[in-house]
Design a protein around this ligand. Structure first.
Ligand SMILES: CC(C)(COP(=O)(O)OP(=O)(O)OC[C@H]1O[C@@H](n2cnc3c(N)ncnc32)[C@H](O)[C@@H]1OP(=O)(O)O)[C@@H](O)C(=O)NCCC(=O)NCCS
Length: 180
């Protein structure tokens, strides 16, 4: 059974498919300003079908290879957010990184929190992971709250960890341990 969870009356969280390429592009166009301070600087080409096809096809290949788990928040056929597990490593690590965003019209409705709680359970019960890691900008209070509510604990500050909005910026790293 493919992963799909109803989060609310308006939002379902499910695996990305090829059919989502157009709706993901539309969502990025609508949310360009909303996401700008939280994401890497985007070239103009990022907002084209060609780039999104390349990026999302890559994510679907990672899903196939067991290296990633790309999800979309949808309202019908409209994409209203993303949550993505990347860098899934097996062996003695059994760990993955998680990132997410919610459409500006749908923030403050508990969607990120509900999604993360579900994904945490799925990571333990179905993907067999031991650990999930996430990093937030130091001033991203909303995202930190989402993580803490899902049982993530801060593990320290990584200096100049990611180039966000064109600048190498310090991040507060979190982890959620899943197995004993
Ligand atoms: C961060 C983000 C994903 C939160 O999504 P969301 O669906 O609005 O989150 P929730 O509704 O589940 O909110 C969880 C809690 O955080 C709080 N919160 C959300 N945004 C907040 C903000 N900017 N400042 C303070 N608190 C905030 C909510 O009030 C809620 O608190 P409560 O449970 O006590 O009511 C969303 O604002 C977003 O997409 N931001 C831009 C991209 C981004 O920052 N991604 C994460 C990168 S690490």
């Amino acid at each position: 059974m493919p992963y799909s969870v109803e989060l609310s009356d308006v939002a379902t969280l499910r695996l990305l498919t090829e059919r989502d390429i157009g709706p993901v592009l539309d969502a990025y166009k609508r949310n360009r300003e909303h996401l700008a301070q939280w994401e890497p600087a985007r070239a103009e080409s990022f907002f084209t079908t060609a780039d999104q096809t390349r990026i999302l096809t890559g994510q679907l290949e990672e899903l196939e290879a067991g290296a990633g788990y790309p999800l979309v928040f949808v309202n019908g056929a409209i994409v209203i957010g993303r949550m993505t597990l990347s860098g899934i490593v097996r062996g003695p690590f059994q760990s993955a990184s998680i990132g997410y965003w919610v459409d500006k019209e749908h923030t403050g409705q508990g969607l990120a929190s509900a999604a993360l709680r579900n994904v945490v359970t799925h990571c333990l019960e179905d993907l067999g992971l031991h650990r999930i890691e996430a990093g937030t900008l130091l001033h991203n209070v909303g995202s930190q709250k989402v993580l803490r509510k899902a049982g993530f604990a801060p593990i320290g500050i990584a200096e100049k960890y990611l180039k966000i909005a064109g600048t190498w910026q310090d991040h507060l790293l979190f982890q959620r341990l899943l197995s004993k």
